[in-house]
Design a protein around this ligand. Structure first.
Ligand code: SDX
Length: 429
């Protein structure tokens, strides 16, 4: 954090003093809100690599030190000691819940886990092989149809209820998307199960049979949900905030976040990592893959590697890496893709190209191997990410709705098109 209180920008014969905003942790920020008025200049920062879009207290990341805090609590401690519902409450409300608060939160989620029966018609409108992310985007957006007219965003109670509805219903819709794509009957949420067991039952339950859940699977799923719950102003969370800044309802805002997450440069990377590991096939092809990733003409990237913020290890990747060995060991699974992943990581971390660019494994590099061990199909990996990130998305949406400095997001541009010119009649073109 810089100890500067202001910076002075000289622009020709003009000079403007710009205040410096001091964070609790991390980089100080130059407040440029007066820049255009006093100098007529804009700033340009493609991809917002060094631009703060808002003030937030939800999550802090130190990319150089590999630190990730949810409301100040280190991810390593939450991963070890918390549960996903408790982390969702923490992200939304800013504090860890007491016993009563958590039990009330759990009951509220159970109460809202069902989705309207008429949504079955939405699912049956998809081709049997529709990608589950396409089904999830559409079904979450369609929740607006059931609540849009009754939602008063100025009422904190209703805002909170919408957030709880999303945390409660996204797993139900995610499981339904999976069941539909497998041509299996959609199962309703069971009220006698906890959040993760309820979700896994909707995914893998057999009608008429009791549901035996392997505790290793339940714990692994809970941990993956905690690790993916939030991550500051990533592309999908920034999308939720941009849509939310227009006053759009939270269901539409989160649906927009889901579409942004789908990209292989973002949450879609976990699915892309598995496809990449399968295409590499075996440890003997790792060197070739690394060489291809360095060749600019190949357009091939090592999926699950690199990060806009982490320029050292991604703490989530470290936790997932350890967990992968544990889960596969406890489930007695020997997945050859794990050996490919380990060899790929080892080769890349020794290679100058990756070292100089500070490219390390990120959260997506190992998560797919665990999802595979939990019998989650590859096409469902990003859906898993969306189930977890719904907690972060609604936490940021709630924070944004009470931010006194919130304005509609409307970036400017560097215009590089034609200067004005006259219309040309057809026969003169
Ligand atoms: C997530 O933002 C978040 O917090 C996201 C996330 C979250 O929890 O929300 O953490 C989740 O999205 C993780 C990232 C998942 N994506 C991938 O694993 C896809 C592969 N990685 C990349 O495409 C890339 O690393 C990004 C998108 C993650 C970051 O891209 P940046 O910061 O815009 O960096 P860049 O594309 O400008 O790359 C810088 C250099 C370039 O080389 P030069 O032009 O300097 O020669 O590094 C190279 C890139 O070509 N590079 C890679 C690479 N990633 C970057 N080269 C090979 N393989 C890669 N994976």
């Amino acid at each position: 954090m810089s100890d500067l209180d202001q910076v002075t920008l000289k622009a020709g014969d003009k000079s403007v003093d710009l205040p410096v905003l001091k964070p609790t942790l991390g980089n100080s920020c130059i407040d440029i809100s007066r820049l255009n008025k006093e100098t007529g200049l804009f700033t340009y920062d493609s991809g917002f690599t060094a631009t703060a879009s808002c003030k937030s207290a939800v999550t802090y990341i130190d990319g150089d030190a590999g630190v990730l805090l949810y409301r100040g609590y280190p991810i390593e401690q939450l991963a070890k000691q918390s549960t996903f519902p408790e982390v969702a409450y923490l992200l939304m409300n800013g504090e860890l819940p007491g016993r009563q608060e958590l039990s009330k939160f759990d009951r509220n989620i159970v109460h809202h886990a069902m989705v309207p029966e008429s949504m079955e018609k939405l699912f049956s409108g998809f081709r049997y092989n529709a990608h589950p992310m396409a089904i999830l985007c559409a079904s979450v957006a369609s929740l607006s149809a059931f609540y849009h007219d009754s939602l008063d965003l100025n009422d904190p109670e209703q805002r909170n209820q919408a957030a709880v509805r999303l945390i409660a219903k996204v797993p139900t819709l995610a499981a339904a998307a999976y069941r539909y794509s497998m041509d299996l009957p959609i199962l309703h949420p069971r009220t006698d199960l906890d959040y993760v067991s309820r979700f896994l039952h909707m995914m893998f339950g057999v009608p008429g049979e009791s549901f035996e859940l392997n505790p290793v699977v339940a714990k692994a799923m809970d941990l993956l949900l905690i690790l993916h719950a939030d991550h500051e102003q990533n592309a999908s969370t920034s999308t939720v905030r941009l849509v939310g800044s227009t006053g759009a309802n939270p269901y539409a805002s989160v649906a927009a976040g889901i579409t942004a997450l789908w990209g292989p440069a973002h949450g879609g990377a976990n699915e892309a990592v598995l496809t990449m590991l399968e295409s590499i096939g075996g440890p003997k092809n790792v060197e070739t893959a690394v060489a291809k990733a360095k060749d600019k003409n190949s357009h091939f990237r090592l999926m699950g590697f690199g990060h806009r913020v982490y320029k050292s290890f991604d703490p989530r990747a470290t936790i997932i890496r350890e967990m992968t060995h544990k889960v596969l060991g406890e489930l007695g699974i020997n997945d050859p893709l794990l050996e490919v992943a380990l060899k790929l990581e080892e080769a890349a971390l020794k290679d100058d190209y990756f070292v100089q660019r500070k490219l390390y494994p990120n959260v997506d590099f190992y998560s797919g191997i665990i999802y595979k061990a939990l019998k989650i199909p590859t096409e469902m990996f990003t859906v898993m990410f969306a189930v977890a990130r719904t907690a972060g998305w609604v936490a940021h949406w709630l924070e944004q709705q009470v931010d006194p400095e919130m304005k509609i997001g409307r970036p400017r541009q560097v215009y590089i098109g034609h200067a004005d010119r006259d219309y040309v009649e057809m026969d003169k073109r």
